[in-house]
Structures are given as C-alpha cells and as structure tokens.
Write a protein that binds this ligand. Structure first.
Ligand SMILES: [Zn+2]
Length: 79
C-alpha cells in the first residue's frame, strides 16, 4: 500500500472525510493552503470523530487520547 493510500485511509478513519483536516507529519493537507500549514507545523489539527470540530493538538506526541471540548466525545489520534 502506498504512503498516499495509507494517509487517505487514516484520514477516513479519523472521520475527517469532507472536513478540513491536517496530518502534518505526512504532509497531507485538506482544506488548508500549504503556506498556512507551514505556520502551524508545531501543532496538529484534527477533526473530532464525533462532531467534526477542529482541534489543535501538540504535534509529534505519538498517539493522543483526545476529549473534544465541544461535544465531550473521546477518540484517539496520532500526531
Ligand atoms: Zn466533538
């Protein structure tokens, strides 16, 4: 499986289909322009699996357990 396909699958697993989301370490950018992403490289932005809210997380921390501040839903993501 190619890296691109893996990144796409991960994005789908994150429930981010159709929602702006960034996987910074894979340079997969959806819904943001790359120049803006560069300014955000120290953070990872993920979409809540439950409500789609965009959450900013510290990047490169490995797998994080996230509690969404908007809906209270919990999910895990890799940064
Ligand atoms: Zn949420």
């Amino acid at each position: 499986m190619s890296a691109d396909a893996q990144a796409r699958e991960e994005l789908m697993r994150l429930g981010a289909s159709g929602v702006p989301a960034i996987l910074v370490d894979r340079e997969l950018v959806v819904g943001f322009d790359r120049d803006r992403l560069r300014a955000l490289l120290h953070d990872a932005i993920v979409a809540c699996e439950h409500c789609g809210a965009q959450l900013r997380l510290p990047a490169a921390k490995g797998t994080l357990r996230v509690t969404c501040p908007k809906c209270g839903g919990r999910f895990t993501c890799r940064t």
